[in-house]
Design a protein around this ligand. Structure first.
Ligand code: DX5
Ligand code: ZN
Length: 223
């Protein structure tokens, strides 16, 4: 199970150190929540901040960009140039999805699509052969610290079956990533559903304990 920390609920005035804390705890993915104040009702950070993080953290960590933006077709290249290794775009925000996914791959990043909780899984199945990852939102995007929406189970189980069928036919393996309300108390259940990559925000960055201590609790839950 990959744990991809989301720094949204960390002290954003000290973003570099929050990311370092996650890397020092042994996490090699960083999930970067990019919000444009348009597709979602919130704003976070963009390419210049990400480029500085890349410089501060070196080449090691995988920068996983979750683009909650309306203009991914025009802006994805800036995120790759800033040091992102992986780009996930929302199917709800893209008109010509195949074209964009091919452009992201040609630019050298791995490719993902993201589905809001209300979006049917068919939207991802249509492009499954083009993907490295499908990101299933288990909250409506825009804010950290929201409650997990359990009805995503059916969607994830159908996706897992479709990926297994694709791999059995010699096709590309695809990670299932989940984002929103993932904590130590539900992570083992998510693994049983077929999830292989969990975004964890407030479950890692909170007032209760350090990232390392919270991560230990998550690892214990997975044992
Ligand atoms: C929501 C973001 C998530 C979120 C995760 O829009 O995409 O990455 O911040 O935070 P938690 O784990 O607190 O739900
Ligand atoms: Zn996210």
């Amino acid at each position: 199970m990959i744990i991809a920390p989301s720094v949204l609920t960390a002290d954003l005035a000290d973003l570099g150190n929050a990311c370092k804390e996650a890397v020092d705890a042994g996490l090699d993915w960083l999930h970067l929540d990019i919000m444009d104040g348009n597709f979602v009702p919130n704003l976070t950070f963009g390419p210049p901040v990400i480029a500085k993080l890349r410089k501060a953290l070196g080449d090691g960590p995988i920068f996983d960009a979750h683009l909650m933006v309306n203009n991914a077709e025009e802006s994805f290249q800036q995120y790759i140039d800033a040091g992102c290794n992986h780009i996930s775009v929302h199917v709800e925000a893209v008109t010509h999805l195949h074209r964009l996914l091919a452009a992201i791959r040609n630019a050298g990043a791995t490719v993902g699509v993201t589905l809001n909780p209300g979006t049917p899984i068919e939207a991802a199945l249509e492009v499954l052969s083009e993907l490295d990852l499908v990101l299933i939102m288990s909250v409506n995007p825009g804010f950290g610290g929201q409650s997990f929406i359990p009805t995503v189970e059916t969607k994830i189980r159908r996706l897992k079956q479709a990926i297994d069928d694709q791999v059995a036919a010699g096709g590309r393996p695809v990670q299932i990533q989940i984002d929103g309300g993932v904590k130590s108390h539900n992570i083992a259940m998510l693994r049983d559903w077929g999830v292989s990559n969990c975004v964890v925000g407030s479950g890692l960055f909170n007032d209760k304990a350090s990232v390392a201590t919270n991560l230990l609790e998550i690892h214990n839950a997975l044992e």
